[in-house]
Write a new protein. Structure first.
Length: 231
Protein backbone atom coordinates (compact mmCIF):
# COMPACT_ATOMS: atom_id res chain seq x y z
CA UNK A 1 0.00 0.00 0.00
CA UNK A 2 1.60 3.34 -0.98
CA UNK A 3 2.74 5.55 1.87
CA UNK A 4 0.80 8.50 0.49
CA UNK A 5 -2.42 6.56 1.05
CA UNK A 6 -1.55 6.16 4.74
CA UNK A 7 -0.77 9.86 5.05
CA UNK A 8 -4.01 10.84 3.34
CA UNK A 9 -6.02 8.53 5.63
CA UNK A 10 -4.19 9.87 8.68
CA UNK A 11 -5.32 13.37 7.73
CA UNK A 12 -8.89 12.19 7.29
CA UNK A 13 -8.85 10.49 10.68
CA UNK A 14 -7.55 13.66 12.33
CA UNK A 15 -10.26 15.76 10.69
CA UNK A 16 -12.95 13.29 11.77
CA UNK A 17 -11.63 13.39 15.34
CA UNK A 18 -11.62 17.19 15.39
CA UNK A 19 -15.15 17.62 14.04
CA UNK A 20 -16.57 14.89 16.26
CA UNK A 21 -14.86 16.43 19.29
CA UNK A 22 -16.34 19.86 18.55
CA UNK A 23 -19.87 18.45 18.64
CA UNK A 24 -19.08 16.38 21.72
CA UNK A 25 -17.72 19.47 23.48
CA UNK A 26 -21.15 21.09 23.34
CA UNK A 27 -22.71 18.00 24.88
CA UNK A 28 -19.98 17.89 27.54
CA UNK A 29 -20.66 21.49 28.55
CA UNK A 30 -24.31 20.59 29.08
CA UNK A 31 -23.39 17.67 31.33
CA UNK A 32 -24.43 14.82 29.02
CA UNK A 33 -23.01 11.35 29.57
CA UNK A 34 -21.99 10.99 25.93
CA UNK A 35 -19.74 14.01 25.68
CA UNK A 36 -16.37 15.09 24.34
CA UNK A 37 -14.54 11.77 24.29
CA UNK A 38 -17.52 9.68 23.19
CA UNK A 39 -18.25 11.79 20.12
CA UNK A 40 -14.57 11.97 19.22
CA UNK A 41 -14.25 8.19 19.39
CA UNK A 42 -17.46 7.59 17.42
CA UNK A 43 -16.33 9.91 14.62
CA UNK A 44 -12.79 8.50 14.64
CA UNK A 45 -13.99 4.90 14.60
CA UNK A 46 -16.41 5.59 11.77
CA UNK A 47 -13.62 7.19 9.73
CA UNK A 48 -11.44 4.15 10.31
CA UNK A 49 -14.21 1.82 9.17
CA UNK A 50 -14.49 3.87 6.00
CA UNK A 51 -10.71 3.75 5.53
CA UNK A 52 -10.78 -0.04 5.91
CA UNK A 53 -13.53 -0.22 3.29
CA UNK A 54 -11.44 1.79 0.84
CA UNK A 55 -8.36 -0.31 1.63
CA UNK A 56 -10.25 -3.54 0.87
CA UNK A 57 -11.50 -2.01 -2.35
CA UNK A 58 -7.98 -1.04 -3.44
CA UNK A 59 -6.38 -4.27 -2.27
CA UNK A 60 -8.78 -6.91 -3.54
CA UNK A 61 -10.74 -5.22 -6.32
CA UNK A 62 -10.20 -6.34 -9.91
CA UNK A 63 -9.51 -3.27 -12.03
CA UNK A 64 -8.50 -5.13 -15.22
CA UNK A 65 -11.91 -4.51 -16.76
CA UNK A 66 -12.38 -8.22 -17.49
CA UNK A 67 -14.20 -9.03 -14.26
CA UNK A 68 -16.47 -7.19 -11.87
CA UNK A 69 -14.57 -5.27 -9.23
CA UNK A 70 -15.76 -7.90 -6.74
CA UNK A 71 -15.50 -5.74 -3.63
CA UNK A 72 -18.16 -3.35 -2.36
CA UNK A 73 -16.38 -0.50 -0.52
CA UNK A 74 -19.61 0.56 1.13
CA UNK A 75 -20.38 -2.77 2.77
CA UNK A 76 -18.28 -2.26 5.91
CA UNK A 77 -19.33 1.38 6.22
CA UNK A 78 -22.99 0.41 5.92
CA UNK A 79 -22.73 -1.58 9.13
CA UNK A 80 -21.75 1.58 10.98
CA UNK A 81 -25.18 3.03 10.19
CA UNK A 82 -26.78 0.02 11.85
CA UNK A 83 -24.34 -0.26 14.73
CA UNK A 84 -24.52 3.37 15.77
CA UNK A 85 -28.21 2.89 16.48
CA UNK A 86 -27.37 0.70 19.47
CA UNK A 87 -24.99 3.31 20.88
CA UNK A 88 -27.59 6.02 20.37
CA UNK A 89 -30.22 3.93 22.12
CA UNK A 90 -27.92 3.70 25.14
CA UNK A 91 -27.88 7.50 25.38
CA UNK A 92 -31.68 7.73 25.58
CA UNK A 93 -33.08 7.63 29.11
CA UNK A 94 -36.75 7.13 29.85
CA UNK A 95 -37.92 8.15 33.30
CA UNK A 96 -41.64 7.47 33.53
CA UNK A 97 -43.23 10.07 31.25
CA UNK A 98 -39.94 11.88 30.62
CA UNK A 99 -37.52 11.03 27.81
CA UNK A 100 -34.00 12.47 27.82
CA UNK A 101 -31.02 11.95 25.58
CA UNK A 102 -32.63 12.18 22.14
CA UNK A 103 -30.48 15.14 21.15
CA UNK A 104 -27.34 13.38 22.33
CA UNK A 105 -28.31 10.26 20.38
CA UNK A 106 -28.78 12.41 17.28
CA UNK A 107 -25.35 13.96 17.88
CA UNK A 108 -23.79 10.50 17.97
CA UNK A 109 -25.53 9.72 14.69
CA UNK A 110 -24.12 12.93 13.17
CA UNK A 111 -20.65 12.17 14.53
CA UNK A 112 -20.73 8.75 12.86
CA UNK A 113 -21.82 10.31 9.56
CA UNK A 114 -19.05 12.90 9.79
CA UNK A 115 -16.50 10.17 10.43
CA UNK A 116 -17.66 8.15 7.43
CA UNK A 117 -17.57 11.23 5.21
CA UNK A 118 -14.07 12.16 6.33
CA UNK A 119 -12.90 8.58 5.85
CA UNK A 120 -14.33 8.60 2.34
CA UNK A 121 -12.33 11.69 1.44
CA UNK A 122 -15.05 14.31 1.68
CA UNK A 123 -13.91 17.48 3.42
CA UNK A 124 -16.27 20.37 2.80
CA UNK A 125 -19.46 18.40 3.41
CA UNK A 126 -18.56 17.04 6.89
CA UNK A 127 -17.18 20.47 7.83
CA UNK A 128 -20.47 22.06 6.76
CA UNK A 129 -22.47 19.44 8.67
CA UNK A 130 -20.39 20.05 11.80
CA UNK A 131 -21.00 23.79 11.56
CA UNK A 132 -24.75 23.31 11.04
CA UNK A 133 -24.91 20.89 13.97
CA UNK A 134 -23.06 23.28 16.29
CA UNK A 135 -25.25 26.21 15.23
CA UNK A 136 -28.38 24.16 15.88
CA UNK A 137 -27.13 23.06 19.29
CA UNK A 138 -25.89 26.46 20.49
CA UNK A 139 -27.70 29.24 18.64
CA UNK A 140 -31.07 27.56 18.19
CA UNK A 141 -31.12 26.56 21.85
CA UNK A 142 -31.03 30.26 22.75
CA UNK A 143 -33.89 30.93 20.35
CA UNK A 144 -35.89 28.12 21.94
CA UNK A 145 -35.33 29.80 25.30
CA UNK A 146 -37.28 32.91 24.29
CA UNK A 147 -40.14 31.06 22.62
CA UNK A 148 -43.36 30.52 24.52
CA UNK A 149 -43.65 26.78 24.74
CA UNK A 150 -45.48 24.19 26.75
CA UNK A 151 -43.63 22.65 29.66
CA UNK A 152 -44.38 19.42 31.44
CA UNK A 153 -44.05 18.29 35.03
CA UNK A 154 -44.86 15.27 37.12
CA UNK A 155 -47.20 15.97 40.04
CA UNK A 156 -47.13 13.58 42.98
CA UNK A 157 -49.81 13.93 45.66
CA UNK A 158 -49.82 11.88 48.86
CA UNK A 159 -53.24 11.68 50.46
CA UNK A 160 -55.49 9.82 52.82
CA UNK A 161 -57.99 7.44 51.23
CA UNK A 162 -60.68 10.06 50.58
CA UNK A 163 -63.56 9.12 48.29
CA UNK A 164 -63.26 10.81 44.90
CA UNK A 165 -59.87 12.28 45.78
CA UNK A 166 -58.45 11.90 42.26
CA UNK A 167 -61.31 13.97 40.86
CA UNK A 168 -60.74 16.64 43.51
CA UNK A 169 -57.04 16.84 42.59
CA UNK A 170 -57.80 17.07 38.87
CA UNK A 171 -60.35 19.83 39.49
CA UNK A 172 -57.87 21.81 41.61
CA UNK A 173 -55.09 21.51 39.04
CA UNK A 174 -57.34 22.48 36.14
CA UNK A 175 -58.53 25.49 38.14
CA UNK A 176 -54.93 26.69 38.20
CA UNK A 177 -54.92 26.56 34.39
CA UNK A 178 -52.93 23.39 33.86
CA UNK A 179 -53.91 20.36 31.82
CA UNK A 180 -53.08 16.94 33.17
CA UNK A 181 -53.25 13.24 32.57
CA UNK A 182 -53.51 10.67 35.39
CA UNK A 183 -50.34 8.63 35.30
CA UNK A 184 -50.65 6.20 38.16
CA UNK A 185 -51.82 5.56 41.69
CA UNK A 186 -50.12 3.63 44.49
CA UNK A 187 -51.38 2.50 47.89
CA UNK A 188 -48.82 2.51 50.69
CA UNK A 189 -48.77 -0.07 53.45
CA UNK A 190 -50.05 2.53 55.88
CA UNK A 191 -53.15 3.00 53.72
CA UNK A 192 -52.03 6.27 52.19
CA UNK A 193 -52.57 6.85 48.44
CA UNK A 194 -49.99 8.36 46.13
CA UNK A 195 -51.33 9.88 42.91
CA UNK A 196 -49.01 10.67 40.00
CA UNK A 197 -50.17 12.95 37.20
CA UNK A 198 -48.47 14.48 34.18
CA UNK A 199 -49.09 18.24 34.08
CA UNK A 200 -48.96 20.37 30.93
CA UNK A 201 -48.29 24.04 31.62
CA UNK A 202 -49.21 26.54 28.89
CA UNK A 203 -46.51 29.18 29.30
CA UNK A 204 -47.07 29.15 33.07
CA UNK A 205 -44.78 28.12 35.88
CA UNK A 206 -45.23 26.32 39.15
CA UNK A 207 -45.82 28.67 42.05
CA UNK A 208 -46.26 28.27 45.78
CA UNK A 209 -49.89 29.26 45.31
CA UNK A 210 -50.38 26.29 42.99
CA UNK A 211 -48.91 23.93 45.57
CA UNK A 212 -50.91 25.53 48.39
CA UNK A 213 -54.18 25.11 46.49
CA UNK A 214 -53.61 21.39 46.09
CA UNK A 215 -52.28 21.03 49.64
CA UNK A 216 -55.48 22.61 50.97
CA UNK A 217 -57.56 19.66 49.73
CA UNK A 218 -58.99 17.41 52.42
CA UNK A 219 -56.70 14.51 53.25
CA UNK A 220 -53.68 15.73 51.26
CA UNK A 221 -50.46 15.18 53.20
CA UNK A 222 -47.82 16.10 50.63
CA UNK A 223 -47.44 17.64 47.17
CA UNK A 224 -44.44 17.37 44.87
CA UNK A 225 -43.96 19.02 41.46
CA UNK A 226 -41.08 17.74 39.38
CA UNK A 227 -40.28 19.47 36.10
CA UNK A 228 -39.39 17.13 33.26
CA UNK A 229 -36.04 17.84 31.70
CA UNK A 230 -35.84 18.96 28.07
CA UNK A 231 -34.19 16.51 25.71
Amino acid sequence: MPMDFDLIMAGRLMLASLLGALIGLEREVHGRTAGFRTHLLVSLGSALFMAVSIHLYREFGDFSGRLPVGVDPGRVAAQVVTGIGFLGAGAIIRDKASVRGLTTAACLWIAAAIGLACGAGLYMLPLLVAVIALVSLVALKKIEGVLARDRYAMLKVESDDVEGQLGHIIHAVEAIGFQLTPFGVERKKNGMLVFELQVKMHGKSISTDSIDRISALEGVKGVEFRLQAAI
